[in-house]
Every structure is written in C-alpha cells, then in structure tokens.
Design a protein around this ligand. Sequence first.
Ligand SMILES: [Zn+2]
Length: 438
Amino acid sequence: MIRARVLLWLTLVVAPAVGCIAWMRRVVLPTDAGTTVLTGPRVVPEARGEVHTRVEAGQTISEILARFGAPTDDVVAIVHPIHDLSRIRAGRTVTFGYLRGVPHAVSFAYAIDEDEDRSVRAEWTEAGGWTARIEEVAYDHVPEARVFSVETCLWDAALQAGLRPRDITRISEVFQWEVDFNTEIDRGDTFTLVADGLNRDGGFVKIGEIHAIRLLNRGRDRTAIRHVHPDGSVDFYAPDGTAHRRPFLRSPLAFSRVTSGFSLRRFHPVLKVPRPHYGTDFAAPTGTPVRAVSDGVVTFAQNAGGHGLRVVLRHEGGYESGYSHLSRILVRRGARVSQGDVVGKVGSTGLSTGPHCHYELKLNGRYIDPMKARLPVVEPLPEAERPAFEAERDRWMPWIEAGGPPLSTASAAPGSATSPEGDAAERPGDAPAGSLEG
Ligand SMILES: [Zn+2]
C-alpha cells in the first residue's frame, strides 16, 4: 500500500517536475553545446516570453548571445548591415525572446541609444532564418509647461520637477553664453520650461523637445525660443530674435564652482607669496571635460611647468584662451577646434593644490577677466527665417506667460490632462501656426 502511494507520488509529482526542469534547461542551453560558454547565473525563461539583461563591463556580444543560446554568427551577421555589434556599451539593455519547443532564443534586441528609445532587433523565423530591423519606441507628444524655483540648488529643484540630469544639461546649454550655471544661479531663480512630455500607455516617461524656456535670474528675464534653421540646426533666440548663442562660452566647464577669481594681487596657495592671478579657477573632479570656449586653433598643448598640462587656443578678433593643470590633453598643436569641443580633462598637474581648471583669456596680448569681459555678440536671426521663428514664438510665449496651457490653446493639445474639454473644441490654437507653416 505504502509502496503504491510512493509510486503514485513519483509519477504524478516528481516526474513532471523533473521533466519541466529538463525542458527549461533545454531552452536555455543551445543544441550545439560545443560552441557555447555558459557564464554567470542561469537564466530560466518562461515557456514563451522574454528575458532582459544588461551588458556588463568588458562583455562581448558573442558572450551574451552564447549565454542565452542564440546562434552568435547568424545574429551578428544579419544585424551587421544596420548596426555594428562589435562595440556594445555596458549598461545597455539586451532582450532575448523564447518559444516553447525551440531550443534557442528566437529574438534578440539591443538598445542602441542612450535613452533606450531605439533598439536593433533580430528575429528568428522558422522559414527564413534570422531577420533584423531597427525598432523605435513610439511616444505620445503632449506639450506641457513646468515651473520650478531654486530653493537650495538647481539640481534639487529640477529633479523634483520631473527633469532628468540630461534635461538640466540641455537647459544649461541654452543659456551657457550668458549665465554661468556654476556660479550665477541663485536661490529664488525661477525656470519655466515648455516642452513635449513624452507619454507612453498614458503615463509620463520623460521630457522631449524643448520649445521655450524662461529663466528669471538676478532680476532679469531670459527667455529662449527654439528655432530650427533650414539646414536642420537648432538655435535658441530671445523673443525679439536676438541670439542666445555667443562666440564665447561663459565658462569652460559645464558644472563646477569658481574657487579663485581674476586678481592682480592674490596670495598664492602653493608659493605662499602674493602673486597676480590672471585667470579664474574652476574646481571640479579630476576627469571633468574642459571645453573650448570658442572656435579656434590650438597654439600650445603640452606641459608648461607651474601650469602643468596646458592648452592654449587662438580665436578670431585677437582673443586667446588658456586651460591649465589638466590631467589629460585631448588636442594637438595646430588642430582646429569648435566651441564646446573637449580639449582636455580637469586635473591637478603643475603648481596646484587640488583638481581644478585655471582658465585665462587674453585680448590683443593682455589678460582680461573672463568672467567680466564684454565679449562680442553674434548676428541675430536671419531675416528670411523670421516668419517661421515668430510663428513658434507666438505659439509658445502664451505657455511661458501662463506657466501652462493658455486658455486659448488649451484645447489644442488632445489627450492632455490639462484640457478636459479638448475633444469638443475646434483646436483654434493650431490654425494660425498651420497656415504660417504652409
Ligand atoms: Zn588659477
């Protein structure tokens, strides 16, 4: 009797379980075991479903594909014409799909952009082997406004308002010619950001295209409207069409703090004697990118004693800029650089007490204070592009003024949570913009 029960138990419970485990192992392990190295934790996929993993530092695509039982050569070959998988990035998502009864992964996807909005996807078809294509995440674009004030620091305020660090960088880039985000953003400064909210399945995911930004800073209204030039390049202009772009950045570092300003008599921190300080020191971690403040030519790029590793650029109009104490130099003497190009990395070489960038500016051979100098301005918006710019301006300025969808255009944003009557109205906001664009 007992024996019969044990037998029954073995038959009904243990055997199917063992079979199930064996089946799952089969799914994971490729049929051609000789070419496969199975590393890391075992992955047990659903009978039909997907397994997500992340590229680890130093991993190759072959290792990942083999680990998930995908035929490495087939997948790499089919994907190659649309994406080179030999340079995959650590941290990116890789997805494998499985089907019951098929002893290898039947799909493979690898995110190819930083936001993971685009992936390269390869799929196995029983008839024709593997096929590949680029796949893009589809978002609903819903214009929205976000208003936030700096209470302790810009980052806290912006992150609380739903921005990502990358969005903060984008905003700082719009104003980088007139406001130094390192030193000139104060408590009480207020941002109004009008941008597309990118939504998916009805939920906000992230901020997309920026249409307009207002920064109330030190009692000044700095408003920037996005404009796309006919060649596709983008600039931001003030509502009157004057440029936000300038020939000189206000600072060679995107984010840092000034630790020592321009001074004709300063107590030198290393030499312990008074000496003039012909530049501005920006403290930042070793390795922080140092940007060319303007287009120019590299006239010096090597070790310079007390200045340590140093880069000097010559610019139009008799200007020269210098960057010292670098940990690395990334340009060669004689090379042309564009504004914003990274010329080196912050370090502490030469006479220096800690990682910082000593930044100097000369005009016609004489040192000037880079933080106070009145630098040249660039041309305003081209006249021919003015109508298109003004259409954008007239569309988005009411959002800036209202800090949200203005009443007259609230119904122009279908699906927006802020326009409950949206579907009923005639979308009056779209009409003037549309007629101007056409
Ligand atoms: Zn210095």
